[in-house]
Design a protein around this ligand. Structure first.
Ligand SMILES: [Zn+2]
Length: 383
């Protein structure tokens, strides 16, 4: 057995837990940069009490997924003025806050530290303390050590990654997800589902993270359609927030696979939401992975894992590996998941997409090395 496990220094999970933010923040500093989604008014009930607790704050709203210029600006705002960064929002706000806390204490340009398109230099100084308060149930970014940043200049997304970037506190309050619109609920929920399947079948799957994946799969299978139908189903929202956290724990300590391998360059090329892109690729990535394993791998251990995924998701002890993709196809159909052409992908962009996808870090832990033809097939099927 071989594994390594690192996560946020403290995880607080409870309905209503966001009320603890002032008390928790006070332990780390007195001047906070609060990074929020586009509409920072949503954060008001949670962050306004900071002042009474003696923590002055400055709001920094983020419109869409974070980019290199945006985190450069955020780091400039935080440098010298703040001793603490709070990320309140979906994966975009959390990742932006994570990157800003790291860049505020490290000189130079974001590109000096970025993977793939930059120099991937290790951070020289510890980031500002960072507290993550997720308001969506999908990315698990509250417990991951990387921030995904878009570079408009390179038309690609790349990660800023460091074990020092793990949150001091992940403060998870499922009640904050109650008002998420159905489309965001679908996208983030299917991202969460992908993030408990891919680490379970990937080459770095391990006994430590397997349990998180199982529990996450069971909870999402039972709750996703419920929260889409009724956003105020409190028990189902709680399950989705928990499953999202489990996915974050699993992916940060095992790995991902072909679906995220595609989602990264697609995000850079199309600018659509990460969860929507994962959802569009998920059934096809699974189907081709299972077929390739049947054709080329004799021992069947990973196929047995896919069989387990199918049985867990479908609550059917007779299900086989192939049923996994069938189930996901039906689920995406039922949730009206749009295909990639909806976001503007053109058939002539597929070769570029396949080339970029094959170079991602997620693809390296895919359970089987897929050929360029197989990757093309996935992209064509998802189109
Ligand atoms: Zn994801």
């Amino acid at each position: 057995m071989r594994f390594e496990f690192a996560t946020a220094a403290r995880i607080v999970f409870a309905p209503g837990a966001s009320k603890q933010l002032p008390e928790i923040a006070r332990g780390f500093g007195s001047r906070a940069l609060v990074v929020t989604g586009r509409n920072s008014a949503r954060a008001a009930p949670t962050v306004e009490p900071l002042e009474q607790a003696g923590v002055a704050y400055q709001l920094f709203p983020v419109d869409g997924e974070p980019t290199v210029p945006l985190v450069r600006e955020g780091a400039r705002a935080a440098r010298g003025n703040c001793d603490l960064v709070i990320g309140f929002g979906g994966g975009s706000a959390i990742d932006a806050a994570k990157a800003i806390s790291a860049l505020a204490t490290n000189s130079g340009e974001p590109l000096d530290y970025l993977e793939i398109i930059g120099d991937a230099r290790p951070l020289e100084n510890l980031p500002l303390p960072f507290i993550a308060v997720p308001t969506a149930a999908g990315t698990g970014a509250e417990v991951t050590r990387n921030a995904v940043l878009g570079s408009p200049e390179h038309k690609v997304k790349a990660s800023l990654r460091s074990p020092f970037m793990l949150a001091k506190v992940a403060l998870i309050d499922p009640d904050l997800t109650m008002d998420l619109p159905p489309q965001v609920t679908v996208n983030t929920g299917l991202d969460a589902l992908t993030q408990v399947i891919e680490p379970y079948v990937c080459t770095r799957a391990n006994s430590f993270t397997d349990g998180f994946c199982w529990e996450g799969m069971k909870r999402i299978a039972a709750s996703l359609t419920r929260v889409v139908r009724n956003g105020h189903d409190r028990a189902a929202r709680e399950s989705m927030s928990f499953a999202s956290l489990l996915g974050g724990l699993a992916l940060a300590n095992a790995g991902l696979g072909v679906v995220h391998g595609f989602a990264a360059p697609l995000g850079g090329m199309l600018g659509a939401a990460h969860g929507a892109l994962c959802a569009a690729v998920l059934p096809h990535g699974m189907a081709v992975n299972v077929r390739a394993l049947r054709e080329r791998v004799a021992d069947g251990e990973t196929l047995a894992r896919y069989r387990q995924v199918a049985r867990t998701l479908m609550a059917n002890a007779q299900a086989d590996a192939e049923d996994c993709a069938r189930y996901l196809n039906e689920l995406c159909h039922q949730l009206s998941v749009p295909s990639l052409s909806t976001y503007g992908l053109k058939p002539e962009q597929i070769p570029e997409l396949v080339d970029k996808a094959s170079k991602t870090s997620s693809m390296k832990s895919n359970p089987i090395q897929l050929t360029p033809e197989e990757l093309t097939e996935i992209a064509e099927r998802a189109l």
